[in-house]
Design a protein around this ligand. Sequence first.
Ligand SMILES: [Zn+2]
Length: 195
Amino acid sequence: MNFAPKKLVTQLEYTEFSFGPLRKQYKMIAGKDKVVTLLYQLRKDSKAGDLIEETPKEKPFVFLFGIGQLLPEFEQNLNGLKSGDNFSFGITSENGYGNVNPEAIVDLDKNIFVIDGKLAEDLLVVDKVITMRNEEGQPMNARIVEVKEEHVKVDFNHPMAGINLHFTGEVMEVREATAEELDHGHVHGPGGHHH
Ligand SMILES: [Zn+2]
């Protein structure tokens, strides 16, 4: 990872994060070929911890099992469960989104934030999350930590870095993936792609 962004994306966006069990990076692993629908609560540290995220009942989380979209430990803990089963398990930060990397907290030159000759002050708000691009052109989310005279301190760590995750929830449905879903590598229909 290169923490040296040279420019902002042209179309700046405020990012509504969805953390859940999503992986940081895409990585192919062995597939189980099931489509799983579930409701979960994600809390910090334990099942009594602070609520981080919850799937709305009308919009459960639907995913294709075993294609590497999710944290591996998340799938391991759901392996073998069926409709109606409850689950409760923890994932340490090391196996979740990793530990906080101090090198990913950097001072950037303020002129990076000049757009069309004007400093984008509306972006330079502490705790605001913006999307930037690094030298390879990859998008990176950054949280504004501090706005100084000539620099802006930003944090490129994943917002969930350093946090132990605890999931509780219920499996709503397990079904076989269709050949087309496996071919496309995503779920079709409710909660999935429509095309
Ligand atoms: Zn498709």
